[in-house]
Design a protein around this ligand. Structure first.
Ligand code: FAD
Length: 499
């Protein structure tokens, strides 16, 4: 009889249960999936804002959006507002979805750049359906009825991380995943291959496996503590190393976006859920003590705190190898860059997709492992550069921000900044996560000013340009005006099950 292969997932946080749910959906006969987690240790408990790609995973799993949002007290997210990142008074949205419309070969933003200094000029936000809807507190799913030249909104979610893990756990267990409760106290390695052969729980139980997925969080129980894989430290570029997290009472209106507000030595997040608001202050301990970071956070909440503030410490960077021997690290065990653009949960998702692409048969092949690692490194570095951009391009006066502005950035990012500053051009390589439109909003929003624009954007006359721009901005405003409020939309489709 054919022997089944066992994949053992260590950890039941967001990463562990996303992995278990997806593998249970795609691996059928011949595979056994086991997940070990420890309630005593618990999960990191933060990680509540996402990017639109999560919809792809949910569609693949057959998860109903309304049911998911209702079970996880979730809201819609149209983008992230960055307050005070350029200079202390600046404000812009990195919104999902498209901005304006290209004309012929030329991306829209070159026409926008051409309009600088002319009467027709409006902020970039005016051409983004997502940005205008976000500020208006409105939401509409999918493409609207009738004439809608700008299409529909792009959306992601905010949700309660522990409810999400519970939701996915139900999904995975219903599809045969075996959950084992217990604290792992020992990891056994094969003397010859160095592969992990099993883990031992405090009660003495031993759990084996053919392939192990390390979702044990920052500690990297298998990938680091057992295999000593090594960590590439990115603190020189992403200097924040701590966060204080606290939840507060919900305030109205229920806004459909994350807010990121720059502070003296870091930044503060605000994530609105149906039943409460998640808040955190990410800070750099070289410039601010944790006690002060907590005071800053508590002094800047929208509502009364409903939990005790919690301190989390981290080192930005990545594992030197994401897949080492028979261990694949996902989630915080793989690395952590910053919650700034809500990319961690997405990196779990893409790591799972990649694991499925390179799923080993009865033998582990170095070529598969190397390809997995190379692709993951590319993905992490592209995200890293995008995050560094936010710190590098600022005009704030505080010592932390001056140090960020003066740091030397990776060549790959320096080239992107130079290219944009010349003629507003943006290139996206291969499968880079963030599209041109994302880079545009952050580069322009933080104050980079290209010297020129694409010469073909000079073809319309000034009057034609003004008409084109005003048609677009009016179209956006009209379309948003016809949308229901975010609160009404949620109340109708996905009110919190656990209000
Ligand atoms: P954890 O949640 O830490 O889970 C680890 C699991 O391993 C737990 O179940 C634990 O019990 C188990 N475990 C550990 N040791 C043992 C042991 N010895 N025996 C048995 N079990 C064990 N991501 C986003 O996408 N958006 C955000 O907005 C966002 N904000 C963040 C803010 C902060 C401050 C931080 C630190 C992270 C944020 N993240 C965000 C990242 C996000 O929280 C994580 O990517 C996500 O929660 C996945 O975590 P995890 O499952 O890898 O680890």
């Amino acid at each position: 009889m054919e022997q089944s292969r066992t994949i053992t997932i260590v950890g039941g946080g967001t990463a562990g249960w996303m992995t278990a749910a997806t593998l249970s959906r795609y691996l059928g006969r011949g595979w056994r999936i086991v997940l070990v987690e420890s309630e005593e240790i618990g999960t990191v408990g933060v990680g509540e804002a996402t990017i639109p790609q999560l919809q792809i995973l949910h569609r693949a799993l057959g998860i109903d959006e309304d049911q998911f949002l209702s079970r996880c007290n979730g809201t819609y997210k149209l983008g992230i507002e960055f307050a005070g990142w350029g200079d202390a008074d600046s404000r812009y949205i990195h919104a999902f979805g498209e901005i304006g419309r290209p004309l012929g070969l030329v991306p829209f933003h070159h026409y926008w750049l051409r309009s600088r200094g002319k009467a027709a000029f409006r902020a970039l936000d005016a051409y983004s359906l997502n940005a205008v809807a976000a500020y208006a507190g409105r939401f509409q799913r999918g493409a609207p009825q009738g004439r809608a030249p700008l299409g529909g909104l792009g959306h992601a979610y905010h949700f309660d991380a522990s409810l999400y893990a519970r939701f996915l756990r139900e999904y995975a267990e219903a599809r045969g995943v075996m959950r084992i409760e217990g604290r792992i106290v020992d990891v056994a390695l094969d003397g010859e291959s160095g592969n992990v052969t099993g883990v031992t729980l405090a009660g003495g139980e031993r759990i084996g496996g053919d392939l192990f997925v390390d979702c044990s969080g920052f500690r990297g129980l298998l990938i680091e503590q057992a295999l000593g894989t090594g960590y590439e430290d990115w603190t020189r570029w992403l200097p924040c190393d701590g966060a204080i997290a606290v939840q507060c009472a919900r305030t109205d209106p229920l806004l459909p976006f994350t807010r990121s507000t720059a502070r003296e030595a870091g930044w503060q997040w605000r994530i609105p859920l149906q039943t409460r608001t998640g808040n955190g202050h990410v800070f750099c301990s070289r410039f601010m003590e944790a006690d002060k970071a907590q005071d800053v956070l508590l002094a800047n909440l929208d509502g009364a705190p409903v939990t005790e503030p919690r301190l989390l410490r981290f080192t930005t960077g990545r594992r030197k190898r994401f897949w080492h021997r028979n261990v694949v690290a996902l989630g915080l065990a793989a690395g952590f860059m910053e919650p700034l653009e809500s990319t961690s949960i997405h990196l779990v998702q893409s790591g799972i997709e990649r694991l499925l692409r390179f799923l080993p048969g009865s033998d582990l092949r170095d070529a598969d492992v190397d390809a997995f690692n190379a692709q993951t490194v590319f993905e992490y570095e592209a995200v890293r550069d995008f995050l560094i951009l936010h710190y590098k391009v600022n005009r704030r006066a505080e010592p932390f921000w001056r140090a960020c502005a003066e740091m030397q950035v990776p060549d790959s990012l320096a080239a992107k900044i130079d290219l944009f500053e010349a003629n507003g051009r943006i290139t996206r390589f291969n499968e880079e996560l963030f599209a041109e439109v994302g880079w545009l909003q952050v580069m322009a929003g933080q104050g980079l000013k290209p010297a020129g624009h694409h010469p073909l954007a000079d073809q319309p006359t000034d009057a034609e340009l003004a008409e084109f721009l005003s048609l677009l901005a009016n179209g956006v405003a009209q379309q948003v005006g016809a949308m229901p409020t975010h609160l009404d939309f949620i109340a109708r489709h996905s009110p919190a099950a656990l209000a």
